[in-house]
Write a protein that binds this ligand. Structure first.
Ligand SMILES: Cc1cc2nc3c(=O)[nH]c(=O)nc-3n(C[C@H](O)[C@H](O)[C@H](O)COP(=O)(O)OP(=O)(O)OC[C@H]3O[C@@H](n4cnc5c(N)ncnc54)[C@H](O)[C@@H]3O)c2cc1C
Length: 168
């Protein structure tokens, strides 16, 4: 297989890079920080948590807890990182955000099949690619996605606030 390009070294891009590389796929991970930042991220670290340091419930009877168990079974880098830097938070899994991102960064930078490049991607590239740039995708890439998808707007659906759409 060709090299897999992953745009965005935040939470999802970091995990995707790890999962692909662990399966023998060569990965090129492109992250625009620190040259260009999002306004919410504060470091140049891969896997930086934006805002809350809580990854929600650890209890396997909840959907969030069950998902964590499934991630662990899949060899998740994020779960491995969280296990080593959790902080007390009752039934929730909360982490020291700096240690969490430092661990992820170190694991990705030292993986033999992952090449990390610090640059803003302005165009969706040809070939196998995962766009993992999150709700704060840079303007240039948003424009490229808009042209590719043919829509006027891109939307960020927050996981907490339920959004109901309907037509009369
Ligand atoms: C202000 C704010 C607060 C939030 N608070 C919470 C919260 O408390 N709890 C919660 O669960 N969720 C929160 N979210 C949602 C949060 O973004 C997601 O939970 C999570 O970060 C999404 O992961 P991701 O990998 O999709 O995006 P991110 O983790 O944001 O990763 C995207 C990465 O892509 C990079 N990038 C963007 N554009 C480009 C480009 N053109 N080229 C190269 N790299 C690029 C960015 O620098 C970033 O590193 C918040 C979001 C925002 C904006």
């Amino acid at each position: 297989m060709k090299t897999l390009t992953i745009i965005g070294g935040g939470l999802s891009g970091s995990e995707a890079a790890w999962q692909a590389a662990q399966r023998g796929i060569t990965v090129r991970l492109l992250e625009m920080r620190p040259d260009k930042t999002t306004g919410a991220h504060k470091t140049d670290l891969l896997g930086e948590l934006v805002c809350s340091n809580s990854l929600r419930s650890k209890e396997p009877v909840t959907s969030a807890g069950l998902l964590k168990n499934e991630l662990r079974m899949a060899g998740s880098l994020l779960m491995e990182a969280a296990a080593g830097c959790s902080v007390p938070a009752g039934s929730a899994l909360a982490v020291d955000r700096k240690l969490f991102a430092e661990y992820i960064t170190q694991r990705l930078l030292t993986h033999p099949l992952i090449e990390v490049t610090r640059e803003e991607v302005a165009e969706v590239p040809a070939g196998p690619c995962i766009v993992a740039t999150g709700p704060l995708t840079s303007d240039a890439l948003s424009d490229s996605l808009r042209r590719l998808l043919g829509g006027d707007y891109l939307y960020f659906y927050d996981a907490i606030a339920p959004i109901i759409e309907g037509q009369h």
